[in-house]
Design a protein around this ligand. Structure first.
Ligand code: BES
Ligand code: MG
Ligand code: ZN
Length: 512
């Protein structure tokens, strides 16, 4: 799908012309047709209450006039004062659905009030379908191009930027939607290497295998992975505008054996250095604490945090903000076998802290413990992790909202980015009073808490134990990352690709 922005309609020979109607309007503002028949037709449809101003309602009809668009669709825009970027994205999603339903390959959208960039975002994202495993496609149709009519001066590079960003989101959706038999730790590592290779030198990738993880003492990652045939990896991506850190990074990565620890990446004088950590459990069976049948159904999506980090890096290389970004992704499969981590095992994590494993299904916090320690060793200014960490977060916030918790300054910046990006997050507290619930009789702490309540918070509190001083926030994306019903008009069932837009917007506030 191509999108371009024009000041006016230059060609009426389009398959579908999309207009909008706000509450209280008698006619769509941009119904510029000189064709009186069409104007009267629209008036009739409005008075018959077929065309409505109710937000998101859409009515389309054929014009039967060779001089006009083949079809006209009128979208209800709701209250004018409630118009914002998210409304424009939602409208974009509805337009894609209407165009698809009517097999309209060439579409013109003439709704002056909608921000072309947000509208494009909704169009690009709404245009996503996951059909890799459908052998008989019932629908080969594709929307070829959408022309957005706008009085604003929108450079094509701006639309290109939206395309790159949403391309990152779609890339994440694909990775998460693919079955776990196809996407295992090594596959994520290969994706990271590919992203680095295609970045024109802006991104480097260091992939640590099982032997290297053993050497540095990332025992929590190793323990979770031990039941699976698939070996674990720790991915470390670095994005930077100048190549200096890249060369330092890869030279060390290939060279010495001992440098994987503290100082593998030299800090360069870029305005800020950030680390984004993503949970990469390519399938979460629960391990010996096996999940019941239905709970297993969506567990190929337990690497949605990892995929989001990869998606961010894919977009970074084209958006090019002036920040240093570390992407740190622990990749494992949580399986059960005679070699798997036992209930009651004690793990000495990379940080040196010991953890008693009382439930092998609380595996995300284990691999993240090591990953957060590794992240802090890179000495970033801020760390953010994205993880499908707890079912409890879905219980607390429903599927639309990710939970965010951590240091106030980071949470605040993320909430701001959330309002801009449209990816909803909601803050949960991390009260010290609850910490005693994760005490262990034998180790420094237990990987589950006593009692049934506040599971999302307890997950966050556990992770906090592995942050010593760096400002940090944890985003529990268990709710929005994967769904059996569409989250909204531009997010189809299955993987949502959540995280990319939020993080990229956050990075932009740090380096506009
Ligand atoms: N991957 C799950 C969390 C999850 C559940 C994500 C549903 C998406 C949808 C995680 O590893 C897990 O199993 N968490 C446990 C923690 C518990 C054992 C403390 C949970 O949420 O039940
Ligand atoms: Mg689990
Ligand atoms: Zn999990």
């Amino acid at each position: 799908m191509k999108i371009n922005v024009n000041k006016e309609i230059t060609n009426n020979k389009t398959d579908m012309l999309v207009l909008g109607l706000f509450d209280g309007e008698k006619l769509p503002q941009n119904l510029t047709s000189k064709n009186e028949k069409i104007v009267n037709h629209v008036k009739l449809l409005i008075s018959n209450n077929q065309i409505k101003s109710e937000f998101g309602s859409i009515y389309s009809f054929s014009t039967l006039d060779p001089e006009e668009a083949k079809m006209i669709a009128v979208i209800g825009l709701g209250k004018k004062k409630e118009l914002d970027a998210e409304v424009a994205r939602i409208i974009g999603g509805h337009i894609v659905a209407a165009a698809r339903a009517n097999k309209a390959a060439k579409v013109v959208v003439d709704i002056a009030e909608l921000d072309p960039m947000a509208l494009s975002e909704g169009l690009f994202l709404g245009d996503y379908q996951f059909k890799e495993y459908k052998t008989k496609s019932d629908d080969e149709f594709a929307i070829e191009n959408v022309t957005i009519i706008s009085r604003l001066n929108v450079e094509s590079s701006k639309i290109k930027e939206v395309e790159e960003l949403t391309g990152g989101v779609k890339y994440v959706r694909n990775l998460v939607n693919r079955p776990a038999s196809q996407v295992y730790p090594k596959v994520l590592a290969a994706e990271a290497e590919k992203i680095a290779k295609e970045s024109n030198g802006l991104i480097s990738a260091k992939i640590m295998n099982k032997a290297e993880l053993r050497k540095i003492g990332a025992n929590a990652i190793l323990a979770v992975a031990s039941g699976s045939e698939h070996e674990p990896y720790l991915i470390h991506l670095v994005y930077n505008l100048d190549g200096i850190s890249r060369r330092t990074h890869s030279a060390r990565a290939q060279g010495s054996q001992s440098s994987t620890r503290d100082d593998s990446v030299r800090k360069v004088d870029s305005p800020a250095s950030l680390a984004i950590v993503g949970k990469g459990v390519t399938f979460d069976s629960g391990g010996l604490s096996l999940k019941p049948g239905e709970a297993l159904e969506d567990m190929k999506s337990d690497m949605a945090g990892a995929a989001a980090v990869l998606g961010v890096f894919k977009s970074l290389a084209s958006i090019k903000p002036n920040v240093t970004v570390h992407g740190i992704i622990p990749c494992v499969e949580n399986m059960l076998s005679d070699r798997s981590m036992r209930v009651g095992d004690v793990i000495k994590t990379l940080s040196g802290k010991t953890v008693e494993v009382l439930n092998t299904d609380a595996e995300g916090r284990l691999i993240l413990a090591d990953a957060l320690t590794y992240a802090e060793q890179q000495k970033p200014n801020t760390i953010v992790d994205l993880a499908t960490l707890t079912g409890a977060c879905i219980v607390a916030l429903g599927e639309q909202y990710s939970g965010v918790m951590g240091d106030a300054s980071v949470v605040k910046a993320l909430l701001t980015a959330s309002a801009v990006s449209g990816e909803k997050i909601w803050e949960l507290p991390l009260p010290n009073e609850y910490k005693e619930k994760m005490k262990s009789d034998v180790a420094d702490l237990s990987n589950i808490h006593k009692g049934r309540y506040g599971g999302a918070i307890m997950g966050g509190l556990f992770l906090k134990e592995f942050i010593s001083s760096t400002p940090w926030a944890h985003i529990d994306i268990a709710g929005p990352s994967y769904n059996r019903t569409p989250l909204n008009s531009y997010t189809s069932v299955g993987a949502s690709g959540v995280g990319v837009r939020l993080i990229i917007n956050w990075l932009k506030t740090i380096s506009p």
